[in-house]
Design a protein. Structure first.
Length: 406
């Protein structure tokens, strides 16, 4: 290896992780998208696979059934001991993100009815009431306050708890175990223990006994005769992903808007207009893309892509943050522009594994962000921007805290 971490035999470097801006992916990740949208990548275990950074190629890989999502074949692109118990082995029961058809298809069909646009829109009054309650609490508390703890985290946590039928009183437990699972510094044993404890919690709720919830998705699955282990896995997946990612998007969106006053003014104006903030939310999703270490795939057979031959079994990482900064699709991609049309962004992935909860995430953002700035128009950072603690040490990019005043 060279001093830069490049493998001389293949020209493959490791996955870049160092950001020079809180809102931009590492420069090495996006520097050669136009010239080399597919390039060699050295994985932490020494394997040399591929990194996809171009938007068109990312969509092609994620839509191609020859590229497997099975956990048996996955490799993490960065050093992450916490993933070791779950890669290289068959997927956990109900953990459909680590499955191909027909297992993935069967599980997704079981859940899709709960996440349709119509069903999610029916949740709007509840989200609005929750946001109002949290903002009342903020005003009563007064600043400075950590917006992550008191607003950005509770919004998606309460909603996913209610949707699943998980008591909100359990939040400290599952939030702690989620932290362990997503942390890059957790050991394999710590992550396996955290997952076991989450399964215990969700298995108990899925049994449908007198102490179990009578409403929500878990109760529906239990009443329908779904295997408790599978129900526990589905619940664990939706619970951990459903609050962590949207909480990250909420806090980063607030930070980004406060750091771009002209775009904040644009956002507030759009929120009061007839078309609402839909387009602005899509641009924030593109610009911030919190799933920052990519989506793993593995070709099941030799595949020719962009003039290169990808051999069966060679690991592939599809970088969503890079694809969402492809200048051939998004002009001046490193600029936050809430007037930009960004309907083709890949923040929720693409293909059959595209995020099941994306309608819920969009609605939570569309309700919470305008309400926050409408209620607290003088909102500002309580510390210098470079002192806001960033969470690049997690599988989902986020802010650890966001101190604000108003």
């Amino acid at each position: 290896m060279t001093e830069t971490g490049e493998c001389p035999a293949t020209g493959a470097a490791g996955h870049p992780t160092v950001r020079t801006s809180p809102f931009d992916p590492p420069r090495e990740l996006t520097a050669r998208i136009t010239e080399e949208p597919l390039r060699r990548l050295r994985y932490p275990d020494g394997h040399v696979g591929w990194l996809v950074t171009g938007h068109e190629l990312a969509r092609a890989v994620l839509a191609d059934r020859r590229f497997s999502a099975r956990s048996e074949f996955k490799r993490p692109p960065v050093s992450r001991p916490s993933i070791e118990p779950f890669y290289g082995v068959p997927a956990l029961p109900g953990w459909m993100v680590d499955m191909d058809a027909p297992g993935h298809t069967r599980l997704r069909r079981m859940l899709m009815g709960r996440f349709t646009l119509r069903r999610i829109r029916d949740l709007r009054p509840r989200i609005e009431a929750l946001v109002t309650e949290l903002l009342d609490g903020l005003e009563h508390r007064g600043g400075p306050v950590d917006l992550v703890e008191h607003f950005c985290l509770p919004v998606p946590t309460v909603m996913i708890c209610e949707l699943l039928g998980v008591p909100y009183a359990e939040r400290a437990l599952f939030q702690h175990h989620t932290e362990v699972l997503f942390s890059l510094s957790s050991t394999a044993d710590e992550a396996a223990g955290a997952m076991d404890k989450l399964y215990v919690l969700l298995r108990r709720l899925a049994k449908g006994g007198p102490d179990s919830p009578r409403d929500g998705l878990l109760a529906e699955l239990a009443a329908g005769g779904t295997d408790p282990e599978e129900t526990a896995g589905i619940g664990t997946l939706l619970l951990t992903a459903g609050h962590e990612t949207t909480s990250s998007m909420l806090s980063l969106s607030v930070f980004a808007l406060l750091s771009h006053p002209e775009q904040l003014n644009r956002f507030v104006a759009a929120a009061s207009g007839p078309d609402g903030t839909g387009n602005a939310i899509e641009e924030l999703l593109r610009y911030l893309t919190v799933f920052h270490f990519g989506v793993p795939r593995t070709p099941l057979e030799d595949v020719e892509l962009a003039g290169r031959l990808l051999r069966a079994g060679e690991a592939v990482t599809v970088s969503l943050p890079a694809a969402n900064r492809d200048p051939r699709v998004f002009g001046d991609p490193d600029r936050l522009d809430l007037g930009r049309r960004t309907s083709t962004h890949l923040a929720f992935g693409y293909g059959v594994h595209q995020c099941l909860g994306q309608n819920l995430a969009r609605l939570e953002l569309a309700v919470a962000l305008p309400a926050l700035f409408r209620r607290l128009p003088a909102l500002s950072l309580a510390v210098p921007a470079d002192e806001v603690p960033l969470g690049g040490d997690m599988g989902v990019y986020r802010l650890h805290r966001l101190p604000v005043i108003w």
